[in-house]
Design a protein around this ligand. Structure first.
Ligand code: ZN
Length: 259
């Protein structure tokens, strides 16, 4: 049954843009929400979410799981899609930023995990002591990286990067500090520790999900960004709220999107 995600009231007006407006509290929403799109019971969904917050992959829930493995996987895909969607519309970053690129997966992980994703190139930006954004990119190219810098940072920012050629034109957008390294250690007092910490945070979260399918990698990356950007909050109530407020209409493109 169609219910208001805010107050639970069942009656609503249909708005011209296809959304519904709650007759009791006036909340506007799209239907179905990700929460209601899953046919699992509320008890099962709450339990699955609790385990998700702890970082328990489906293969470790073989016994005593509130749902079958495929149903749990499907539900977690919805959760990740909501997280990825929530991470998307953030404002362009300004101020002191660290930019860097790295690769995930590849031969080593594939051999051990079996069926793991191939090598994925990821570009990341982090605000000093703050939020992070990370996106899979198609190629290790200047054009690709500058495209994301233009979309996700404001002109006039202070950029910290490594010595990679692709960043050479950054000084036309803002200030640019290049971190030179000798034997893996930065020379001088400047550093890009923030983004390097984020990469190891991401590796730690992704490693236990050893069979990440390549076509859903963007969802896992969204999950990692969401976790990182909400690292001081209790995720369980946040995720329940997020799933109830996110419509399938919004996340459907993510569920079919191939990186
Ligand atoms: Zn309502």
């Amino acid at each position: 049954m169609k219910k208001c995600p805010s107050c639970g009231h069942a009656r609503s007006y249909e708005l011209a843009d296809g959304r519904s407006k709650c007759k009791r509290c006036g909340y506007r929403y799209c239907w179905p929400s990700a929460w209601s799109a899953s046919r699992l019971s509320d008890v099962a969904k709450h339990e699955l979410l609790r385990r998700f917050v702890w970082g328990m992959p489906v293969y470790r829930q073989r016994f005593g799981s509130p749902a079958s493995a495929p149903a749990a996987e499907r539900f977690y895909r919805l959760v990740r899609a909501c997280m990825a969607w929530a991470e998307e519309p953030r404002e362009p970053f300004e101020g002191a930023l660290e930019c860097d690129e790295t690769t995930f997966g590849g031969a080593q992980l594939g051999k051990r995990g079996g069926g793991a994703y191939g090598k994925v190139i990821v570009f990341g930006i982090i605000k000093r002591n703050g939020q992070a954004k990370a996106l899979p990119i198609a190629a290790h190219s200047r054009a690709e990286v500058m495209l994301h810098i233009q979309a996700h940072t404001r002109e006039g920012a202070l950029y910290y990067t490594d010595e990679w050629q692709a960043y050479a034109t950054l000084k036309m957008r803002g200030e640019h500090v290049v971190i030179r390294k000798e034997k893996g250690k930065p020379v001088g007092r400047d550093h890009i520790n923030g983004i390097e910490r984020f990469w190891s945070y991401a590796q730690n979260w992704l490693y236990p999900y050893r069979g990440v399918p390549g076509k859903y990698f963007h969802l896992y990356l969204g999950e990692v960004c969401y976790r990182f950007n909400h690292r001081d909050q209790d995720l369980k109530p946040l995720l329940v709220k997020l799933l109830k407020a996110t419509s399938m209409q919004d996340i459907n493109p993510k569920l079919v999107q191939i990186r």
